[in-house]
Design a protein around this ligand. Structure first.
Ligand SMILES: [Zn+2]
Length: 307
């Protein structure tokens, strides 16, 4: 049953002590999160984007789980999933070793994107593009991205990159009697994505390995191996899948993402690529289909030179 988590999330119960926090467009989070009672600890999976939405998430976790969160995990390093970490001070934050490494390596570059000056510039650029867009969908999308950047701008000066301070490589059993585990099948959406699997209830929190209704960003990972990762996820046989963006789904949602990735990769080979299904073309997001196609052309061309 869904409960209002205004204004940032709708909290959706997926079983006793298992909740999906589904991001609302009116809010500042962008990505979905998971709130899970592990028995011995309260877990928050992905922490959203802004201090305000993360503060709310911490409050929602305590309300839904009946205790303050004592474990945090990140699916990957993208800001919309990890920038909220800063509001969970004192709580151990888990992520893959690769996620921590990227955040440390790119700390300077990423922090530069969060200054008042940089964010003001992006807001001005987005405002300047308002008149250029012809489709209603593209205009709505621009307004959403503008809203997110204004939210970040309003928090400028308080935004702190906070990498996971505890890491794992491919599997981390979590405390408690749920059998919950963090898993990583390697590179996909990013170089080392993590997912949260609850085997008894067959619930999977997939991070951005599964994204529905918005264009999945392909440029941070390995789109060929992403398809292999989707096979691994399918082998887990989850009954419900919480995507990084979009509504709670089933294995059908996985098939949509697979169709999208395979379609873009095929379309990037010469001119004979099969056209993408129209429904996937209409997906909006911070990344456009054209950007993914451009990246995929370079990726496909570079295949021969990669090990
Ligand atoms: Zn992402």
């Amino acid at each position: 049953m869904a409960r209002a988590g205004a204004p940032h999330y709708t909290i959706e119960g997926l079983g006793e002590g298992i909740h999906a926090a589904i991001a609302r467009r009116e809010g500042q989070s962008i990505c979905n999160s998971g709130l899970v009672d592990l028995g011995e600890a309260g877990l928050v999976f992905d922490t959203g984007l802004t201090p305000e939405s993360a503060r709310y998430l911490r409050f929602a976790a305590e309300r839904e789980l009946g205790r303050p969160p004592s474990l945090v995990a990140n699916s990957h390093w993208h800001f919309d999933h990890s920038l909220g970490n800063q509001m969970f001070s004192g709580v151990p934050i888990w992520g893959t070793r690769g996620t921590r490494e990227v955040l440390l390596e790119k700390r300077e570059e990423l922090s530069a994107e969060l200054t008042r000056e940089a964010l003001s510039k992006v807001v001005r650029q987005l405002e300047g593009r308002r008149g250029e867009l012809r489709s209603e969908g593209a205009r709505e999308d621009l307004e959403f991205i503008l809203h997110i950047h204004r939210s970040l701008l309003s928090a400028a000066g308080r935004l702190r990159l906070t990498p996971p301070d505890h890491t794992f490589v491919d599997r981390l059993p979590l405390p408690g009697n749920r059998g919950a585990q963090l898993l990583s099948f390697g590179s996909g959406h990013t170089a080392a994505d993590a997912l949260l699997f609850l085997p008894h209830e067959r619930v999977l929190f997939a991070g951005d390995l599964v994204v529905l209704g918005v264009q999945p960003s392909m440029e941070s990972g390995d789109p060929d191996h992403w398809l292999v990762v989707l096979d691994e996820i399918e082998r887990l046989a989850p009954e419900r899948v919480v995507p990084g963006h979009g509504p709670v789904t089933t294995l059908d949602g996985l098939a949509e993402v697979r169709g999208y990735l395979a379609g873009v990769l095929r379309a990037a080979v010469g001119r004979r690529g099969a056209p993408l299904p129209a429904a996937l073309r209409r997906w909006e997001g911070s990344v456009s289909l054209e950007e993914n196609l451009r990246f995929a052309r370079g990726w496909v061309a570079g295949r021969a030179s990669r090990p």
